[in-house]
Design a protein around this ligand. Structure first.
Ligand code: ZN
Length: 79
């Protein structure tokens, strides 16, 4: 995963952009548009980056990641 993804994820957590809604359901603010947010679980995300990952890497057995999924990981570690 790229360093910029991790940096973005840390920023989201630090700025309070991660909100726990339910067990394994989080609402995370978009880092590019503060008026937008995505519902994210520990392995899926609604954001275009996540969806595009599977479009571009379909069938390669890779697991998609994005700054939001990474933010959850950091969020959980800090709790
Ligand atoms: Zn995402």
């Amino acid at each position: 995963m790229s360093a910029s993804t991790i940096r973005k994820a840390k920023k989201l957590v630090e700025n309070g952009g991660v909100e726990k809604i339910d067990d394994d359901l989080y609402q995370i603010k978009s880092s590019s548009d503060p008026n937008k947010s995505y519902f994210v679980t520990s392995d899926t995300c609604e954001c275009p980056g996540f969806k595009n990952f599977y479009k571009f890497h379909h069938g390669k057995g890779l697991k998609a990641n994005c700054s939001h999924l990474e933010a959850i990981r950091i969020f959980k570690e800090e709790k």
